[in-house]
Design a protein around this ligand. Structure first.
Ligand SMILES: Nc1nc2c(ncn2[C@@H]2O[C@H](COP(=O)(O)OP(=O)(O)OP(=O)(O)O)[C@@H](O)[C@H]2O)c(=O)[nH]1
Ligand SMILES: [Mg+2]
Length: 294
C-alpha cells in the first residue's frame, strides 16, 4: 500500500523551519541564517522511503505583513500552503511563546488540518523542566495531535518526530520520482544559495533589499558555468554589495561556489553582477519579473 502526503513546516520567522527541513532530508536544500525572514518562497523537499513519500513544504515565516509587497508575497506563500497539505508541523521556540507566534497560531487554527506542534531549539534551554509550563500553555492555545520537543540543529528527537509524521501520511500514489529532491529547477536552488551568503554577510537590513536571479547555467563542460545577478534597490546598496575593490562580491561568490559544486556534483565557475532595480521589494511587477510568482 503506497502512501503520499504534503507536510507543511510553518511558524514565525527564525524559529528553525528551514533547518528542520534540511535535517529531516539529511541534505542542505533550504537556506538558513540567524536573521528572520530568510525564506521567501514555499519550497518542496521530497523524501521517499519504501512505500512512503513525503513532500515537505518549507515556508516563509508567518508574520503580520508590513506594507511592502515582498512581505505580503511571503506571508501568502505560507498561508496558501496551509490550505493544501495533509499535515501541518507548527514550530515554536523552546524559549517561550512570543506575540509573533500569535499570527502563526491563528493561521494554523484557520487551516484546520491535523497539526503536530514542535518545540524547537531545546538545546538552548539549560533547564529542561522549563518545557513543562510551555507544553501546558501550548495545550491551552492550540489543538495538537502531539507536542514534540526537538533540536533541529543538533538532530535531537528528529527520529521521534519523523515517526509521528510518517504515521499520519495518508494512502496515495507517489507524485514524484523516488530520487527527486525538490520540484524546483537547479537555477532556483543556486540563486537561493547565493542569496544565503548575502543574508549571512550583508548586515541586518540590506539582505532584505536584495534578490538573486540566475541568468545562465551551463553544465555541458567539466566545469559548470553560472551567471547570476544580484538585484538591490539603490546605488548605495550596490557599492556595499560589491565591497572595496570587489572584495565582498568575491567572497560571496567563493562561499556560494562551494554549495553549488556540492549541489551539481561538479566544479563550477560563478560570475556575479550587481544591478539596481529601484524599489523592487514593493512592486508587484518587479516581483513577478524577479521570480516571485504566486
Ligand atoms: N540553537 C539552535 N539553533 C537553531 C536550531 N534550529 C535552527 N536554529 C538556528 O536558528 C536560526 C534560524 O534558522 P532557520 O532555519 O533559518 O529559521 P526559519 O524558521 O527557516 O527562518 P525564516 O526562513 O526566516 O522564517 C539559524 O541561525 C539556525 O541555525 C536549534 O535546534 N537550536
Ligand atoms: Mg526559513
Amino acid at each position: 500500500m503506497k502512501r503520499f502526503g504534503f507536510v507543511a513546516l510553518v511558524g514565525r520567522p527564525n524559529v528553525g523551519k528551514s533547518t528542520l527541513l534540511n535535517h529531516l532530508l539529511g541534505r542542505k536544500l533550504s537556506i538558513t541564517s540567524r536573521k528572520p525572514q530568510t525564506t521567501r518562497h514555499a519550497l518542496l523537499g521530497l523524501m521517499t522511503e519504501g512505500d512512503v513519500q513525503i513532500a515537505y513544504v518549507d515556508t516563509p515565516g508567518l508574520h503580520v505583513p508590513r506594507e511592502r509587497a515582498i512581505n505580503r508575497f511571503m506571508v501568502s506563500q505560507a498561508t496558501s500552503t496551509l490550505r493544501d497539505v495533509d499535515l501541518v508541523v507548527l514550530l515554536i521556540d523552546a524559549r517561550g511563546l512570543k506575540s509573533a507566534d500569535e499570527f502563526a497560531l491563528r493561521a494554523v487554527e484557520r487551516a484546520n488540518r491535523p497539526t503536530i506542534c514542535v518545540i524547537n531549539k531545546v538545546d538552548l534551554l539549560g533547564d529542561k523542566t522549563r518545557l513543562l509550563p510551555l507544553i501546558a500553555e501550548l495545550d491551552q492555545v492550540g489543538s495538537f495531535e502531539a507536542i514534540i520537543p526537538i533540536s533541529a540543529l543538533r538532530n535531537e528527537a528528529l527520529d521521534t518526530l519523523a515517526r509521528e509524521i510518517a504515521e499520519r501520511i495518508p494512502e496515495g500514489e507517489h507524485l514524484y520520482l523516488e530520487d527527486q529532491v525538490t520540484d524546483r529547477p537547479a537555477e532556483f536552488v543556486i540563486s537561493e544559495m547565493i542569496r544565503e551568503k548575502l543574508m549571512r554577510r550583508l548586515g541586518d537590513e540590506l539582505p532584505h533589499r536584495t534578490t538573486v536571479v540566475v541568468d545562465r547555467l551551463d553544465q555541458t563542460r567539466a566545469v559548470a558555468d553560472v551567471d547570476a545577478v544580484i538585484y538591490v534597490e539603490r546605488k548605495s546598496q550596490k557599492s556595499i554589495a560589491i565591497g572595496r575593490g570587489g572584495a565582498m562580491l568575491k567572497s560571496i561568490g567563493e562561499d556560494a561556489r562551494r554549495d553549488i559544486e556540492e549541489l551539481l556534483g561538479q566544479k563550477a565557475m560563478v560570475r556575479l553582477w550587481v544591478k539596481v532595480d529601484a524599489g523592487w521589494t514593493n512592486s508587484a511587477r518587479a516581483l513577478a519579473r524577479l521570480g516571485y510568482e504566486s
